[in-house]
Every structure is written in C-alpha cells, then in structure tokens.
Design a protein around this ligand. Structure first.
Ligand SMILES: [Zn+2]
Ligand SMILES: [Zn+2]
Length: 625
C-alpha cells in the first residue's frame, strides 16, 4: 500500500512517477518498494509497457483519483504501440498490462515482430529538463521522449539525449528518477537542418498518436489507405499495382538518407527496407508505428485522416457525372450515376466510361506522364456512342434543312460523323419500312392510308406549287410520308420546282450570303491537311452542306463566277497533290523521290506522264534533282 502517490506531470511516464515515489517514500529496499506499489515483491520496473497495473491501482492511497485506464492511456506508451493493432489485439495487450503480462506484452504488441531496436537508455530533452527543474524543482522522464525513433523534442526542436540510465538495467526492480547526475548534456550529435525538420514532423505525429485514442482498425484498413493514395498520386495503377521503384526513389528524396539511417529505415537496404512493401499487404502484422507515420507523412495523409477518413481514389471525382450530349435536354446536367473504370497497361492511362440513359456514351482519360506526378495529368474526352437521342436530333435538323456543317457544330461532332449517321438513319428507315410492311400492322396501315390521301389532296388542290410549298401546306403529313413511305411520296409529288419555291427570295442578298459560305468552304478545302480532292461543284456542295436549290447558279451571278474561277481541271488537282505529297514526305522525314511522290498523288494512266514531268520540274526547282 502506498501512503502517497506523486501527481504525474504532463506527459510523464508512469515509470518516472514511480521513480519519484521510490525516492520520497524513504524505503531503500527495491523489493519492499515493489511490494508497496504492486503488493508483490516479484514485480518489475518496466518503462514502456508496464504490467500489474490492477494491483498498482488497488494499492493507491484511498483518495487518489487515478484508474488503471488513466494510467495506461496517459502515462504509458500503450496508446502509441497499439495504435495500429486491431481492436482485439490492443485489448489483449491492455489486459496483459492490467495483469501479470510481463514480457508477453512486447510480443503481443508487435514490438518484437517489427524488428526495431528499442532504446537502450532513458532519453531527455536538455531544454525541457532545464525548464522543468525551474518550474517544478525537479525534472522527469517524458513519455514522448522514450519512443524509439522519436529523435527530437517537438517543443524545442532539440535533439533528444541519452541519459546514463539504462532502460533495461542491471537491477530490473530499480526505478531511477531523472536528475542532474544522469541527465548530462554531453553528446555531440549533428544532423542537417532538413533532417531535423523531418524529425520534428515525425515527433509531432507521434505526439498526436499518444494523445488521441483513435479507433483501432484491422491491418488491411491501413494497407488500403496507403494503396488508395498511391493510386491517386500515380504510384499505383487503378488495379493496385504499385510502381515500387518510383515510390522508393521519391521516399528517399522526401526524407533523405541521413534521416532514414537514423531511424533504421533506409529502404535502399533490403533488410531495413522490407517494411515499406509489407505495410501495403493487407496481412502486414507488425509494422512499427513510426513507420506508418513516415509513410502517411510522405503520402500527405494526416494522422487523424489515416484512422478516420476512408480513402477512396476516384480518378473521375464523385458522381453523378454530367451528360455531354448537346442533343439531350439534360445536356451538362449530372445525370450519369456510374462510371466504368478501365486501366490500359500499355500507356498507363486510366479510362472512365460514362453511359447516359439517353444513349450517349463518352470516355474520359486520365493520363499519367512520367516525372510530372500530380501536375502531369491531362484529361480528354472521346465520344464512344452518340445514341438514339443524338441521332434523332441530327436527323431532325437535317430534315429541316440545316446544313451538315451546322449540325456538326450544334451537336459537337465532326462533319463526317454527322454525315455517317444521317445516311445510316436513311438506311434504317427503309429497313424499318420493310419490316413494317411485312408485319403490316393495322395501325400503320390506317395511318399510311390517311396521310397518302391527305397528301394527294394537297397536291391536287395546288397544281402550281412546288415541293417546298406543298411541304409547308402539309408539314406533318409530308414528314410522316418521307419517313415511312418515301417511295410512294416521291412518285406522288410533282418534280422539284425551284423557281416557284424561291419565288419570293431576294436573290441579290442571297447571292452574297451564299458566296460567303462557298468561299469559306473552298478555303477549308484548300487548307485541309488531307489528300487533296478536286474542287468541283459537287465537292463544294457536299462540303458546304448547301442543297441543290440553294445553288441555283443562274440566279447567283457572284457565286457562279467565283465557283467557275476555282473549279479545277485534273492537272490542277495533280499539281496540288504533288505539293501536298512533298509537304507530307518532308514532315515524315522521307526522301523526295519521283516514285514516292507519284505513289502519293495516286495518278491514273491518263495523266501519269504529265504528272511525272511536273514532279521532275518541281523537284528541279527545289534543287532536289
Ligand atoms: Zn524539450
Ligand atoms: Zn444523356
């Protein structure tokens, strides 16, 4: 039974409290002191993780307020050593400390398994010691300072010194207090400032660990936390394959070898470095807490975050994601709930596939470019599938006379895509018609009959009108027939009467407008990087999206003369192709030879001789022949 119990100082380790007790109680025999503290003379003075604490608490003076939990959590290294153990294991360690656990504690707590050297001497911060002597009249052993690999006092940013007191001394029952005789400031340790900075960070993290009771987690929790952050930082691919070489290189850069050697964690060394890979295995059993803190620091994971916030790498952010279909009324609204993520081994890109119910599907890519971690990510989007809503819109615009170029702009696609889907739609329609005819659904038949009759009536009643005007008179019927019964409609509709259709047009204005449009188209044709096509009325028509009735050249004198001035004859085209071929070959670094150029121009027999002559002439001019 103790007749008094010294009030523990802030962060004082229980060993130190008991050392102060043993000095003051006036007893000189170690065994008698043991008996007064634990009720049994065989107990031992253990610094890091003491045991027999239930006995100790039952021997405290009557009015002493401390429980065993108070002592364990606030005055032993228990919260530090068990922080990364599963709950059951931590609980077992605690039970051993309450009872006669003895040396079993170090095995259970994974200290032995983590293969780190425990401190030989009790440690102290000279500045803390000096201040406390002034403040309390005595110094004491700090809990934080006794943690292996805590190299500095985070308050004074001072290197911790070894005292002359052995942690595992000659007499295992002796409690030795910190005093001016054993806390001698005589060591000459030198570290680079950047190493000390890192020591401070790790000491601060260890302090956080000591002073907080974070929920214990299974080993695999931490393995996953690290892996998710590895993925986010590009140290692992989306499937979890870690690029160890890069991790190790950057880890060493981050801490420096001086630091890593000081804490026996030089990962360049096979044996010392084993822990780094082990820590990311979900069955990693005994990784020393400081090493967890080192990895978390390196990865920018805060101590609290490490225990509390489940990390989940989402390369495309949190859903829902926006639909990029300009044809949909939910354009740019977050309506896509899932993303399918695929990893491409070849280029280390991560692709996300976003499928919208409107049928639109796009792929976004996160690339990972070496050496530009974090910053080097580039995202781009590619449309995988346009879908029914988009196609219907493209068709609708087309039917209402919008040019292919404009459809492409409005629906954010290139011209060839628009063209492809529009013609596809046409084929689909005729296929549908065949199907419908063979099914001969009664409803369809009734509708067809109705629209045919209505159309015939419109045509009959308007003998002078052209297609466009007839269409205006029976818009819905016309659209229905064009969509479902085109062949019949063609037979039963008067031939195109452009003049009538445009009877009210202001041709002068129109000429200027169309001229602008045609000029732009020709400019684009000439600027195109692709193999030149012959500039003809037909090409202008296709490329511009203008329809025949837009290009009634007889009524468009300006446009007509412009077109006549640019239309090419076959040799004009070949000359352009020769120039194009030369540019291409130069670009690709290939030889400018007559045969190379001839192949690329793709000339037929009729003009071959002329073309070869021309190539020779041009090469001669270039000094290549
Ligand atoms: Zn200090
Ligand atoms: Zn959509």
């Amino acid at each position: 039974m103790m007749h008094f119990f010294p009030t523990p100082y802030p962060d004082e380790i229980l060993y130190s409290v008991l050392a102060r007790y043993s000095v003051r109680c006036g007893i000189t025999s170690y065994q008698t002191i043991m008996e007064s503290i634990f009720g049994k003379c065989s107990s031992r003075a253990v610094m890091e993780m003491p045991f027999n604490l239930n006995s100790l608490v039952s021997n405290l003076p009557v009015n002493c307020p401390y429980t065993a939990d108070d002592l364990i959590y606030n005055h032993t290294l228990y919260p530090f050593f068990t922080a990364f153990l599963p709950k059951e294991r931590a609980e077992e360690v605690k039970q051993l400390m309450l009872s006669e656990g003895g040396s079993k504690i170090y095995g259970k707590a994974g200290i032995i398994g983590s293969r780190i050297p425990l401190n030989q001497y009790l440690r102290f911060c000279p500045k803390c010691f000096e201040e406390e002597q002034k403040l309390y009249g005595e110094g004491y052993w700090h809990r934080l300072h006794q943690i292996p690999f805590v190299m500095v006092c985070p308050i004074h940013k001072a290197i911790l010194h070894n005292s002359t007191v052995l942690v595992r001394g000659h007499n295992p029952q002796a409690y030795v207090p910190a005093d001016a005789d054993n806390c001698i400031n005589n060591e000459l340790l030198y570290f680079k400032p950047e190493t000390i900075e890192k020591f401070v960070l790790i000491a601060q993290d260890a302090k956080v660990l000591l002073e907080n009771q974070y929920p214990n987690k299974q080993f695999k929790w931490f393995a996953k936390q690290y892996l998710e952050r590895f993925k986010e930082l590009g140290y692992a691919n989306i499937n979890g394959k870690v690029y160890w070489e890069e991790v190790i290189k950057d880890f060493i850069d981050f801490y420096g070898l001086e630091f890593l050697n000081a804490v026996c964690s030089n990962i360049e060394d096979k044996e010392q470095g084993r822990w780094l890979k082990e820590i990311t295995h979900s069955d990693a059993k005994s990784v020393y807490p400081i090493r967890h803190l080192m990895l978390a620091r390196f990865l920018g994971i805060g101590v609290e975050e490490l225990f509390i916030k489940e990390l989940n790498y989402r390369p495309f952010g949190e859903g829902p994601w926006v639909c990029l279909n300009p044809a949909a009324d939910h354009f740019l609204e977050p309506v896509i709930k899932d993303v399918e993520i695929k990893y491409r081994r070849r280029n280390k890109n991560t692709n996300g596939f976003f499928r919208c119910p409107c049928g639109y599907e796009y792929m976004e890519t996160v690339t990972r470019e070496q050496g530009e971690r974090g910053k080097g990510r580039r995202r781009f989007v590619r449309v995988v599938e346009y879908g029914h809503v988009w196609k219907a819109k493209a068709h609708e615009l087309h039917e209402s006379g919008v040019s292919i170029q404009e459809i492409a702009v409005r629906l954010n696609a290139d011209i060839s895509t628009v063209r492809k889907y529009i013609s596809e739609k046409g084929q689909e329609k005729s296929k549908k018609l065949v199907e419908r005819n063979s099914v001969a659904s009664a409803e369809f038949e009734v509708k067809r009959q109705y629209h045919r009759e209505k159309w015939l009536q419109i045509v009959r009643e308007n003998p002078d009108k052209g297609r466009l005007e007839l269409r205006r008179l029976g818009k819905y019927t016309c659209t229905w027939l064009c969509r479902n019964d085109r062949e019949w409609w063609e037979k039963n509709t008067p031939a195109k009467k452009f003049v009538q259709a445009y009877s009210n047009v202001d041709w002068e204005t129109r000429d200027k407008e169309i001229l602008q449009h045609v000029k732009q188209t020709v400019h684009e044709i000439l600027e195109s990087d692709e193999r030149p096509q012959r500039i003809s009325l037909r090409l202008i028509k296709t490329k511009s999206g203008l329809k025949s009735f837009d290009l009634q050249l007889d009524k468009l004198p300006l446009t007509k003369s412009f077109i006549n001035s640019v239309i090419e004859n076959p040799m004009d085209l070949h000359k352009r192709r020769i120039q194009w071929a030369i540019d291409k070959l130069n670009e690709e670094g290939k030889a400018l030879t007559v045969s190379n150029i001839t192949v690329m121009t793709g000339v037929g027999n009729k003009y071959r001789k002329q073309v070869v002559e021309e190539i020779k002439r041009v090469l001669g001019e270039l000094g290549e022949m």
